[in-house]
Design a protein around this ligand. Structure first.
Ligand code: URA
Length: 210
């Protein structure tokens, strides 16, 4: 991917995102929509994966047919909200390896604090797709990408549902080599670090917590 930021403006993505933003959407509805939208976003984030060919036999004849090249890609969920995106992406790429980065946001400083890190081996040989629905301040995304690079990853993409301009700028400054794919870039962050107009706390909405 050459572009730093890709906004997926597909009508189905935009329609589903609007339903997710609506505060009247139930937890079950929100979860279902996130699963659906994550598959559409996964389609976009994997658009330029390298292909090779494999010799197969169709019922009619032999052919050299395209298949994904290289090692299985790694999906990294940034906990906890990342899991909502992860599930849908995994349905589309079931053979992917999966890792988890646990970061929580200190409510005072808005700085990320690490509490868990477990990723697949040989990250250096894989395309790594980090997933987190909300790119807000960018602090936790930048910290997660720092950890993945320290673990060897060199080819990373970042998949989110919604981004704030502040988060996009922060990522571009810290990790200009990491393309971002999102469904929308909203207006701004509020004083509490929430994306406005946004959709609220993605983790709370998908897990039914407050
Ligand atoms: N995380 C969320 O879940 N929502 C926001 O608006 C910002 C960060």
């Amino acid at each position: 991917m050459t572009q730093h930021l890709t906004v997926v403006d597909h009508p189905l993505v935009q329609h589903k995102l609007t339903l997710m933003r609506d505060k009247g959407t139930s937890t079950a509805g929100f979860r279902r929509l996130l699963r659906e939208i994550s598959q559409l976003l996964a389609y976009e984030v994997t658009r330029e994966l390298p292909l090779t060919t494999q010799n197969i036999e169709t019922p009619l004849q032999e052919m050299e047919a395209p298949v994904l090249a290289g090692k299985k890609l790694a999906l990294i969920s940034i906990l906890r909200a990342g899991n909502g995106l992860l599930d849908g992406v995994l349905e589309l790429i079931p053979s992917a390896r999966v890792g988890f980065v646990g970061l929580y946001r200190d409510e005072e400083t808005l700085e990320p604090v690490q509490y868990y890190f477990k990723v697949p081996e040989s990250l250096e040989d894989r395309l790594v797709i980090a997933v987190d629905p909300m790119l807000a301040t960018g602090n936790s995304s930048v910290a997660a990408i720092d950890l993945l690079k320290n673990a060897g990853a060199t080819n990373i993409r970042f998949l989110c549902l919604l981004a704030a301009p502040e988060g996009v700028a922060r990522m571009k400054e810290a990790h200009p080599d990491v393309p971002i794919v999102t469904a929308a870039v909203d207006k701004q962050l509020n004083e509490k670090g929430y994306i406005v107009p946004g959709l609220g706390d993605a983790g709370d909405r998908m897990f039914g917590t407050q």
